[in-house]
Design a binder for this molecule. Structure first.
Ligand SMILES: Nc1ncnc2c1ncn2[C@@H]1O[C@H](COP(=O)(O)OP(=O)(O)OP(=O)(O)O)[C@@H](O)[C@H]1O
Ligand SMILES: [Zn+2]
Length: 468
């Protein structure tokens, strides 16, 4: 196909460029197809997941017979059918794996993010800044979406704007790829609802959305089931302070966390999530039927796993439905951005938003008019030092590593020096002996400076400890 709107010079650049697509899900599938049809001939794609039946309604590189197979590999095979001459290499792996270091990223002319989570997006952001490779980051959430260029020295980076921990989660995260304990708690909440619950406001919301967009779940069917259940039997109003109910949610969340290799939490901590999160707090309205609960308790884990798996997305109020059209719009915009970057027209790559409502010009797509300035306090692309306000007698070395460095600061393999001493080593096991000690125990005082390095991300930061 002749692309007459693209100059022959740019066509040459498209042909010779090497691009990396990170994620072969909703946006990634659309994007890969677009890249192949635009004339890109050297593509690598990475995705850690396998194909789920619920992906098929919008990830058009996958078909029923592919369910259970790695997304990246099947995406490669499908793209080769569009053009067998394309060089496309798939990796069924986590992009945060240290095999994909700075030198891996350096070989690409462009990196295109089609990810669904903050941690991986933040990681790729750092890798591209480190390797000095332009990154086009993107995301969709229901009807909304965004495409943004991240270019060292010119634009802001992914971490210039603080990202709130999401109160809502993509369906896949809850259903098939939980990465944090909170995902398991939410799953247990829905498990609880689907086994024992009545109709909640949340389910009604989902029923409406699903009917409109043909999303993952048939909420309306579940609603009438739930209504039927509420005609039957005796009900009990859920109360997080109700011991058996809290035991149920804590136990099922921890079983799921264990299955996915996520560190477990105590019942006390899980209960704390319900107390602090207003959304989970709505769980209080749910209804528990004692007979069903007793029945469940006699069953083994695989039974309820199978029983409820398919219901989870349908019943979930705070799961955002994925919409194929949003993904398609965003994937199209990513390719336009890619062409402009290759053509050296960086000034035309200001962040673009896909919105749910028409803007004043009657369009759904709104570009920024200026580049948003870099955040001078961004702890990734500007500032080299941050303050950590904490109680040094309570924060343990393990919490510093897991919650602060790997959690809040999205590091992969942090190494921490206090004066000339390593208190967290990137070598496995080397500092395990002190991991239960508090910062105070290992000699940290208010005003101490911790030098933190992540060799995988080629990232270094100083943390000033402020005792509170
Ligand atoms: N660290 C990572 N390394 C590699 N791939 C990742 C990583 N994190 C997420 N992904 C992939 O990014 C893709 C994101 O796509 P998408 O948001 O459409 O998710 P999905 O699981 O396919 O769909 P949904 O969330 O709507 O159920 C997924 O295929 C996911 O496996
Ligand atoms: Zn930044």
């Amino acid at each position: 196909m002749a692309l007459t709107c693209i100059s022959s010079d740019l066509r040459g650049k498209i042909k010779s460029s090497k691009v990396l697509v990170v994620g072969a899900g909703g946006i990634g599938c659309e994007l890969l197809k677009n890249l192949v049809f635009t004339g890109f001939e050297d593509i690598e794609v990475i995705d850690l997941d396998t194909i789920d039946v619920s992906n098929l309604n919008r990830q058009f590189l996958f078909q029923r017979q592919h369910v259970g197979r790695p997304k990246a590999k099947v995406a490669e095979e499908s793209c080769l059918k569009f053009n067998p001459n394309v060089k496309i290499k798939s990796h069924c792996a986590n992009i945060m794996n240290k095999d994909y270091g700075i030198s891996y990223f350096s070989q690409f002319n462009l990196v295109l993010n089609a990810l669904d989570n903050r941690a991986a997006r933040a990681h790729v952001n750092r890798m591209c800044l480190g390797a000095n490779v332009p990154l086009i980051d993107s995301g969709t959430s229901g009807y909304k979406g965004q495409v943004e260029l991240i270019y060292r020295g010119l634009t802001l980076c992914y971490e210039c704007t603080p990202k709130e921990a999401p109160k809502t989660f993509p369906a896949c995260t809850i259903r098939t790829t939980p990465t944090e304990h909170i995902h398991c708690i939410i799953w247990s909440k829905y498990l609880f609802t689907s086994l024992f619950g009545g109709v909640s406001e949340d389910e009604e919301d989902v029923a409406t959305v699903s009917a409109e967009n043909g999303g993952d779940g048939d909420g309306s069917g579940d609603k009438s089931n739930a209504e039927e259940k509420l005609a039957e039997g005796e009900n009990l109003v859920w109360d997080k302070d109700d011991e058996p109910a809290m035991n149920f949610v804590a136990a099922t969340a921890n079983i799921r966390a264990h299955v996915y290799g996520i560190p477990l939490k105590s019942k006390f901590e899980i209960k704390g999530e319900f107390e602090s999160d207003p959304f989970l707090g709505r769980f209080n309205k749910y209804v528990l039927r004692f007979q069903f609960f007793d029945f469940f308790l006699q069953k083994d884990f695989p039974f309820f796993h199978r029983l409820t798996f398919s219901n989870v997305s349908a019943m979930a109020g705070n799961i955002i439905p994925a919409i194929a059209t949003s993904n398609a719009c965003i994937a199209g915009l990513i390719v336009l951005f890619a062409l402009k970057v290759l053509d050296g027209k960086l000034e035309q790559c200001k962040t673009v938003y896909l919105q749910q409502e028409l803007n004043s010009r009657g369009a759904l797509i709104t570009p920024e008019t200026v580049f948003t300035p870099r955040n001078p306090n961004c702890f990734v692309c500007s500032s080299q030092s941050i303050n950590l306000v904490t109680d040094i007698s309570k924060l343990t070395i393990r919490d510093l590593e897991k919650s602060v460095l790997k959690g809040r600061l999205s590091m992969v393999e942090p190494e921490v020096m206090l004066d000339q001493r390593i208190i967290i080593s990137s070598e496995e096991g080397e500092t395990d002996g002190i991991s239960n000690q508090s910062l105070q125990d290992v000699g940290v005082i208010s005003g101490s400076l911790l030098k933190v390095e992540d060799f995988v991300q080629n990232y270094e930061i100083k943390i000033v400890i402020v005792h509170k």
